[in-house]
Design a protein around this ligand. Structure first.
Ligand SMILES: Cc1cc2nc3c(=O)[nH]c(=O)nc-3n(C[C@H](O)[C@H](O)[C@H](O)COP(=O)(O)OP(=O)(O)OC[C@H]3O[C@@H](n4cnc5c(N)ncnc54)[C@H](O)[C@@H]3O)c2cc1C
Length: 253
């Protein structure tokens, strides 16, 4: 395992559950946008490493991560206290299934995330190749409460700020499950009753043309996989591209 030591360059606490941070990036450091690597810290002589998706794109000079804060979590109980200049361990081997190469070519690409499952998609939406392959790229983010909609301002202005990359093809759609909001409820319901498609691309779901990437809890992933398979869609993987790909945002221990 080639583990590199990076330095924290900035930290942002979004709320009491989630923070994000940037680090230096030493090369060689190769990853496909959407992949994850083992990262962590050295604590009392031991390395504590966990899977983290890159939230930065592979053409950027720095690395960015979005992290949960689990109060009794072996890693994040400590990681949440990092500050500028601290050291972060980053394994230079990245992997994962949320890579556009593992999808068949298509029309609309829907990126479905809950919680920190947003992270891999922050990388994918900054990749020019994403917009070369798809007509529209729709990022959905579902959380419980409004203050958990991390990067909301960035995403609402993404076409303006990343226009050379997105060419106005990007759409952002959020839903809340526990608070009154114009778009309330689980994203699975928005997909199953087709209202996601009406409210974003205004194009009915076409399984021959539309593609999905899913990154959420095991329950959400299983629910959507069942749904897409019931429609006759096939999951892609590293060897055979499909109509959708799935990755866990975290593992329930
Ligand atoms: C492929 C993959 C990619 C991942 N990418 C990220 C990422 O980009 N950002 C991130 O914060 N985590 C990510 N995780 C989860 C991460 O690996 C750790 O589990 C997390 O950092 C907590 O570590 P811990 O040691 O503090 O607690 P752990 O012992 O690892 O977890 C304790 C419990 O906390 C809960 N939990 C863990 N992670 C999360 C989470 N992200 N959201 C909600 N509940 C959680 C689970 O119930 C788990 O049983 C990813 C996991 C996988 C499998």
């Amino acid at each position: 395992m080639a583990i590199k030591i990076e330095k924290v360059t900035s930290v942002k606490h979004w709320n009491d559950k989630v923070f994000s941070f940037c680090t230096t990036r030493s090369f060689p450091n190769k990853f496909n946008n959407g992949e994850f690597a083992m990262i962590g810290i050295q604590h009392e002589g031991k390395k504590i490493l966990r899977a983290y998706s890159f939230a930065s794109a592979n053409h950027e000079d720095q690395l960015e991560f979005i992290s949960i804060k689990i109060q009794d979590g072996p890693l994040t109980s400590k990681l949440q206290h990092i500050k500028e200049g601290d050291e972060i361990l980053v394994n230079s081997k990245a992997t994962g299934t949320l890579v556009i190469d593992y999808l068949l070519p298509g029309r609309n690409l829907y990126l479905i995330s809950t919680g920190t499952g947003l992270a891999p998609f922050m990388s994918i939406i900054k990749d020019p190749a994403t917009y070369e392959r798809f007509d529209k790229v729709i990022l959905t983010h579902t959380v419980q409460y409004e203050n958990e909609l991390v990067y909301k301002d960035v995403l609402e202005n993404f076409n303006e700020q990343w226009n050379e990359v997105t060419q106005d093809k990007f759409l952002y759609f959020n839903t809340l499950t526990q608070q009154d909001w114009s778009r309330k409820g689980r994203i699975t319901n928005w997909i199953k009753d087709q209202s996601l498609f009406e409210q974003t691309t205004q194009q009915e779901l076409n399984i021959e043309k539309d593609r999905f990437m899913i990154c959420g809890s095991q329950g959400l992933n299983a629910d959507l996989m069942d749904h897409f398979e019931s429609l006759g869609m096939e999951e892609g993987n590293t060897s055979t591209p499909g109509q959708f790909v799935v990755e866990k945002a975290f593992v329930q221990r």
